[in-house]
Ligand binder design. Sequence first.
Ligand code: ADP
Ligand code: MG
Length: 618
Amino acid sequence: MAQAQAGNSELVDSFEQFFRNYYDNEIKQLAQQYPNEQRSLHVDWQDLYRYDPDLADDFLNQPEQLQRYAEEALRLYDLPIDVSLGQAHVRVRNLPETESPEIREIRSPDMNTLVEVRGIVRKATDVRPKIEDAAFECQLCGTLTRVPQSSGDFQEPHECQGCERQGPFQVNFDQSEFVDSQKLRIQESPEGLRGGETPQSLDVHVEDDITGEVTPGDHVSATGVLRLEQQGDGQDKSPVFDFYMEGMSVEIEEEQFEDMNITDEDKKEIYNISNRDDVYEQMIGSIAPSIYGYDQEKLAMILQLFSGVTKQLPDGSRIRGDLHMLLIGDPGTGKSQMLGYIQNIAPRSVYTSGKGSSSAGLTAAAVRDDFGDGQQWTLEAGALVLADQGIAAVDELDKMRPEDRSAMHEALEQQKISVSKAGINATLKSRCSLLGAANPKYGRFDQYEPIGEQIDLEPALISRFDLIFTVTDQPDEEKDKNLAEHILTTNYAGELTTQREQMTSLEVSNDEIDEMTEQVDPEIDAELLRKYIAFAKQNCHPRMTEAAREAIRDFYVDLRSKGTDEDAPVPVTARKLEALVRLSEASARVRLSDTVEESDANRVIEIVRSCLQDIGVD
Ligand code: ADP
Ligand code: MG
């Protein structure tokens, strides 16, 4: 290990002083647990800054050297017990705002500096030993030749240090030094992205005691040094480089939406809206206003955004509060548009297609690919994991991959995904709500066949949806006229707004444009609605009143007594009962109410009844 260079003993002294003032207890604890339970001293950069701003700034710009001095100081630290912290690491974290760029903002001047990035772990390889210092044994004379291995290719000795011949050599494992290594890919969190931007990612290489600590789907902040890696290999080397991070510290972040920053002013507005008699109409008018009609579907989307209350039962089991819903119907009926709109409102959401844009698809996958250099297994999180604690909007759900179909059962009900393959045994969290869209079996509904039989998903999966809406595209003069009017106005308003922005001559007054755009403006501004939802979910845990309970019970018993067919494509099971509870809790949350009233129960009974009728369950 590196020694402090002469002339820099001042810096080592300075770190020693810092440790004495700020980390004495932590170091004593480290000494007791070293090396089996703990091998690192975690240092808060803010402490270093308070101790010496210059030293702290140097740490940001020359992390490699400064970390060496800090570790030297740790080695020299006066300890009450006789241990040597020979290989202990100093791991700095909690950098200032200026050194915490978004992943997409990283630029070449950031190279070799210390930065902290936040995001979600998308992929993680399994943990494997990596050789750091290889001892080559000459097969001719037996002499050991040591070659330190830096990152990159495996380096063999040019010649034997004993007989000066070119080998052959064999690696002597006992005499070599290994360190655990793992590679992570961290992707920008879905809540930081607006308007469907593609998330960017950064690979992080971690070693020793910080390997194996995170799982795909975890929200983390990673601190480390940015390095470059050349793209392409062999003959095809490119002048363009990729960034990766040499990880110094990786911490799991609490998944809260606290950075939502809800002001007192916002709260006043939220309470005002919640007290309005037409609060539900206001909400419906705030979802995809450019899409005409679909009031019930939009109300259901609102309920999904607010969600029911997740319950932990005394026996250790758990009932999800998240609602899953499915829009199934003819093409060109606005399903994709509505799904896409969720991204504007949901505090956290992921939009994808059933076909999946990544190898992990909708759930998760364990693969052996380039990410692990073809040697290590990689576990990759799919859409339902990345959407943990949010909404997964999945278009073309009927086209999902066969692997996802079976994994979906667990994902939707238990809200976790178990992967067990090769060296990987993991459980990923997927506590999300699924908003799916699908086409019927033959692409569009055949009006001579029962609708229920044209849903191309197996009953076990279907029964996990709290609501299933069917959308048929039948000509209807009155409706078609209104729809045409709505779409034409929307388009015209959009056209005029574009022209106004480009300052071209207008035949219409600004007031008229504003009037027209008003029709497609959401009732509640998307930003405020986002805060409203986050506020309601954090503060409001409604309980059933007796009247609500009775209404739901009666409806359910009535539904079952109608002799539901066990083979029906959409069976009425006890899951429906739980769905009714969740939906009515969500309905109460919209009003910020702590109790679920009979009116909430009736509101959701009406939706459930109409969905079932459409499918052919009476
Ligand atoms: P789907 O996903 O159901 O096949 P899309 O969401 O792609 O259909 O919709 C096709 C187009 O028709 C979109 O441009 C959409 O805006 C428009 N459209 C369909 N139905 C409506 C509607 N009810 N109101 C407004 N526009 C609609
Ligand atoms: Mg579509």
